[in-house]
Design a binder for this molecule. Structure first.
Ligand code: CP
Ligand code: NVA
Length: 309
């Protein structure tokens, strides 16, 4: 794992497809050890600082529990209560924190702010969600699909909904791992065009495919996995009413998944809104793996921490 030491995880595509697969293998190994009750504690005496400017259940709890299980400890830091919230520069914060902790996990609005933190810190920075990316989620998603389908290459993955942070990271990871990815968003809510171009390049180099469309049925046709996320992400609450209308035809419900493979998996990063982006029947149905996905945040992040710290 020496080659991963000190690396940041700001976007999944800082890692090659092969490296992502190595992280997933480590995650699967760490998960197995835990299920067998065998301790794995490479981070004894190490500390993770966790800065949150947005709400969280899974990210906060899984990182804190994960550090403890790895033999280290994690510290919750509210962005508002840090001097950062009173205007202390990101660069000074990065330098000070680097003298105390061994890595930082940060969840905030601006991705550029996280890049600035990484630029000035001498320790690994892990992105726990920005407005643009959610790489830890994508790793857990890949682990979940791999466990349930036994492979990733060639798996047909449909994402239906907002072209947001979760979509960006999911699509980048999936094409790097050679998946056949289809994304359906409403007009006006497409993924960032530059990320789509990058993802197309990765798809070509890694044997994957990427289709972007406004037609959810086209995206879901014969899909092995169907993924959606909230229509209104954190920070976009003022647009909620407008989004409810724009996304109405993009709900993942029984009718839409009838176009998927009968063995399709339903995925959602959670938190979910039943009756909005997904029907209760689908998310609570037999094909849903959303709680495996949530659990896999823990295992995937332990792999990242063990590899980079
Ligand atoms: N999926 C996810 O990141 O959940 P939280 O917002 O609860 O951390
Ligand atoms: N897209 C959502 C994901 C939450 C985990 C948001 O940014 O709010």
């Amino acid at each position: 794992w020496a080659k991963f030491k000190g690396k940041d995880l700001l976007r999944v595509d800082e890692f090659s497809g092969e490296e992502l697969m190595q992280l997933l293998e480590l995650a699967a190994h760490i998960k197995k050890l835990q299920k067998n009750g065998q301790p794995y504690q490479p981070l004894q005496g190490k500390t993770l600082g966790m800065i949150f400017d947005k709400s969280s259940t899974r990210t906060r709890v899984s990182f804190e529990v994960g550090m403890y299980q790895l033999g280290g400890m994690a510290m919750f830091l509210s962005g508002k209560e840090l001097q950062l919230g009173r205007g202390e520069p990101i660069s000074d914060t990065a330098k000070v924190m680097s003298r105390y902790v061994d890595a930082i996990m940060i969840r905030t609005f601006s991705h550029a702010g996280v890049e600035e933190l990484a630029e000035h810190a001498s320790i690994p920075i892990i992105n726990g969600l920005t407005d643009d990316f959610h790489p830890c989620q994508a790793l857990a998603d890949m682990l979940t699909i791999w466990e349930h389908k036994g492979k990733l290459k060639g798996i047909k993955l449909a994402y239906v909904g907002d072209g947001n942070n979760v979509a960006n990271s999911l699509v980048l990871a999936a094409v790097l791992l050679g998946m056949d990815v289809r994304v359906a968003t409403p007009p006006g809510y497409e993924m960032n065009a530059a990320i789509v171009e990058q993802a197309k390049g990765y798809a070509q180099a890694n044997g994957g495919k990427l289709l972007v469309t406004h037609d959810p049925v086209e995206a879901v046709k014969d899909a092995d996995a169907v993924y959606t996320d909230v229509w209104t992400s954190m920070g976009f609450e003022a647009e909620n009413e407008q989004r409810l209308q724009a996304f109405a035809a993009y709900q993942v419900n029984e009718k839409l998944v009838s176009h998927a493979s009968p063995e399709y998996l339903f995925l959602h990063c959670l938190p979910a809104h039943r009756g909005e982006e997904v029907s209760a029947g689908v998310i609570d149905g037999a094909n849903s793996v959303v709680f495996d996905q949530a659990e896999n945040r823990l295992h995937a992040q332990k792999a990242v921490l063990a590899a980079v710290v």
